[in-house]
Design a protein around this ligand. Structure first.
Ligand SMILES: [Zn+2]
Length: 158
């Protein structure tokens, strides 16, 4: 079972998180690792068994990079901490609206309503992708017992 900590309770546990605004999220350094994630989860280029791709349609007059960075930044600032079975730490943020589309073998198969920011302590590997919110809406903070935050862009600023 993964463990979850709400936005407030996780603060002292994520002091090593890298601010996505201070990183080149499409860097070709490190064997194009970050650039490849951008191509996969933003441009949906390449072929994958399963892939999720960020939505772009709610953003006016913003560059592709800014939209991509925005999702990262929101998860960094407002996300809850997930510690998975392998003790890997991720920041997850549920949204009150779709964040991306899910593709199975290249065919659109559903929508995502959360964002997961992984490897957030590593400036060369930090990246985010849309993910399902279904399981996240049922879990509670291991420390205080509260429900994890849901981000509503109509009522909240980051
Ligand atoms: Zn809590």
């Amino acid at each position: 079972m993964s463990e979850y900590y709400c936005r407030k309770c996780r603060q002292s546990m994520t002091t090593n998180a890298v601010d996505p605004q201070l990183v080149n999220l499409t860097s070709s350094f490190n064997n194009n690792y970050l650039l490849g994630k951008f191509e996969k989860h933003y441009n949906n280029s390449g072929s994958y068994n399963i892939n999720t791709v960020f939505k772009k349609d709610d953003f006016e007059n913003q560059s592709d990079y800014d939209i991509y960075e925005h999702y990262h930044y929101l998860a960094y600032v407002s996300g809850s901490l997930e510690i998975d079975n392998q003790r890997k730490k991720n920041l997850v943020l549920c949204f009150a609206k779709p964040t991306g589309d899910e593709y199975i073998h290249g065919i659109k198969a559903g929508q995502s309503e959360a964002v997961k920011l992984v490897l957030f302590d590593n400036a060369n590997k930090i990246h985010a992708f849309p993910t399902s919110s279904a399981y996240l809406t049922t879990v509670r903070c291991k420390n205080c017992g509260c429900k994890l935050e849901i981000y509503d862009p109509n009522t909240q600023s980051p």
